[in-house]
Design a protein around this ligand. Structure first.
Ligand code: SF4
Length: 229
């Protein structure tokens, strides 16, 4: 078993946050009407993608009826419905759709993870819950050793700065904004984007063009040419 597989096994078994354990399991038991015939995942959602990825994408947390249902990051919800077509257009994904863990989706040179791995009520993990989950993100970064970290939303960016506190001390001006780009002392790029939640995509705060530019930048930073034909 690889280090990443071992880590993911550990994540799936995690019960460190009592509030989130209760919520994720309750949602999985009660379900949404449209998904009554499906078995919800109802556990922490591990990261997924290419184990040799040079780009690591950090989101917020699973959606109650999205990845808490399907068991794969951004799969089966509106955020994923905006993210995966963009990754497909950019050449990081072999297909634009992501509906279940067995839908044939393959990611290339990209790995997707989250700041918290259990669905939180109102999509808002507490600070303590984010702190509980942070060691998993740190280990993913150690294992993958990415060249670019794409932070989807302010909370993901804050997490990365917590993992590299010396950067914040040296660069107090570093602030989250869409398209902002920073370089850590280690040479790793940190690229910020608004989160592709409906709150941003339906209001026009994050447009398709703006999102495509993020992935074009990520590709430029790793010198990526076309992978999928
Ligand atoms: S949010 Fe993270 S730390 Fe908390 S229970 Fe889920 S996997 Fe464990």
């Amino acid at each position: 078993m690889s280090e990443l597989e071992k880590l993911n096994k550990e994540i799936i078994a995690c019960r460190k946050c009592p509030r989130l354990v209760e919520w994720r399991e309750e949602v999985a038991r009660i379900k949404r009407k449209a998904y009554m015939d499906q078995e919800y995942w109802g556990k922490p959602v591990p990261g997924f993608g290419d184990p040799k990825a040079r780009v690591l994408v950090v989101g917020l947390a699973p959606g109650a009826h999205g990845s808490n249902r399907t068991g794969r990051q951004f799969t089966g919800d509106a955020s994923g419905g905006f993210l995966f077509p963009a990754l497909h257009r950019a050449g990081f994904a072999n297909q634009a759709s992501a509906e279940s863990r067995s839908d044939g989706l393959i990611l290339k040179d990209i790995y997707i993870t989250a700041s918290a791995r259990c669905a939180p009520p109102d999509n808002k993990p507490s600070l303590q819950e984010l702190n509980n989950c942070q060691p998993y993100l740190e280990r993913e970064i150690q294992i993958l050793n990415p060249k670019v970290i794409v932070c989807l939303g302010r909370i993901a960016f804050e997490r990365i700065l917590r993992i590299y506190p010396d950067q914040r001390e040296r660069n107090p001006a570093w602030k989250f904004s869409h398209g902002a780009l920073f370089k850590l002392g280690s040479g790793v790029w940190v690229l910020c984007s608004y989160h592709p939640s409906q709150q941003n995509t339906l209001t026009g705060k994050l447009t398709v063009k703006m999102f495509d530019e993020v992935w074009a930048k990520a590709k430029e930073l790793i010198g990526l040419e076309k992978i999928f034909q």
